[in-house]
Design a protein around this ligand. Structure first.
Ligand SMILES: [Zn+2]
Length: 228
C-alpha cells in the first residue's frame, strides 16, 4: 500500500517493510528469512528494480525484521544501517530476555541464529542515534530503546513521518505497546515513546499493523495519557 507519494508499506507474514522510492530505493526492515522474492516483485510492480536499492535500515535485531537481510545483501550492493546496541557476535548479546532467551538456546535454534540475526559484520553503518540519513529530505535516527536495547525510530520532518518498528504497534482496534514478553524493558520503552510524542508528525508506520495516516501525533499522545 502507498503511505505517502514516495513511501510504501509491504506486509509479509504479518510483518511490515517500508520502501522509500526516490531516485534511489531505501528499505526499512527486511521481514522474515525467505522474503526476497516478494520484495523483488513488489519493487518490480512499482516499475523499479532491486538493483536500485542503496540503503537498508534495520529498526531492531529481531528475526521477523532482519531475517531477510542475508538474502538482500547477497542480491544487492545496498549498505546496511542498524543501531550498534542490537549487534553482538555472541548469543549472549541477542536482544531478548528471560523465557524467550531460554527458548533461543533450545536446539536447533542456536544453529540457525546466524542466519536470522544481524551480526556486527553484516552492518556497514553502526548507528548511535542522532544521525541524519539521506532519504526523505533527511531521515533522523532516534534511539528508542525498550523493545530491544538498540531499537530505533526514523523521523522525516519534511514529510511529518515517523517509523517506529516495534516500539509501538497498531494491532486493531488501537495503538498498543509491544508485548512485555518480547521486550527488554517496558518502562524504558515508555520513556522512548515520550521522546517521540514531542515530535511533529502526522503519519506513523509500525512493524506490525496498518499505518496511521493523519493525526498520528495526537494518537500517540492519547496513548501515553492512557498508559503513561
Ligand atoms: Zn521485535
Amino acid at each position: 500500500m502507498q503511505v505517502l507519494p514516495t513511501v510504501y508499506q509491504l506486509t509479509l507474514r504479518g510483518v511490515n517493510m517500508i520502501l522509500i522510492a526516490e531516485e534511489e530505493l531505501t528499505l526499512i526492515d527486511t521481514g522474515f528469512r525467505g522474503s526476497l522474492r516478494r520484495i523483488t516483485d513488489f519493487i518490480g510492480r512499482l516499475g523499479r528494480s532491486l538493483d536500485e536499492l542503496s540503503l537498508i535500515i534495520i529498526t531492531h535485531n529481531h528475526l521477523d525484521h532482519c531475517g531477510g537481510l542475508p538474502e538482500l545483501t547477497a542480491a544487492t550492493s545496498a549498505r546496511v544501517a542498524a543501531h550498534r546496541a542490537d549487534l553482538s557476535d555472541t548469543e549472549a548479546g541477542l536482544p531478548y530476555h528471560g523465557f524467550v532467551r531460554k527458548m533461543l538456546n533450545v536446539p536447533p535454534i542456536p544453529l540457525i541464529q546466524p542466519l536470522v540475526y544481524a551480526r556486527p559484520g553484516d552492518v556497514d553503518l553502526k548507528l548511535d542515534g542522532g544521525e541524519i540519513l539521506p532519504p526523505l529530505g533527511g531521515l533522523e535516527v532516534i534511539h528508542t530503546p525498550g523493545h530491544t536495547p538498540g531499537s530505533i525510530s526514523l523521523f522525516s520532518a519534511r514529510e511529518k513521518l515517523l517509523v517506529v518498528g516495534d516500539t509501538l504497534n497498531n494491532r486493531l482496534p488501537r495503538l498498543r505497546l509491544p508485548s512485555a514478553s518480547v521486550s527488554i524493558d517496558i518502562s524504558q520503552l515508555k520513556g522512548s515513546l515520550k521522546t517521540l510524542a514531542g515530535l511533529d508528525f502526522e503519519t506513523l508506520c509500525f512493524g506490525h499493523g496498518r499505518p496511521v495516516i493523519g493525526g498520528a501525533g495526537d494518537r500517540l499522545r492519547q496513548l501515553l495519557a492512557r498508559v503513561g
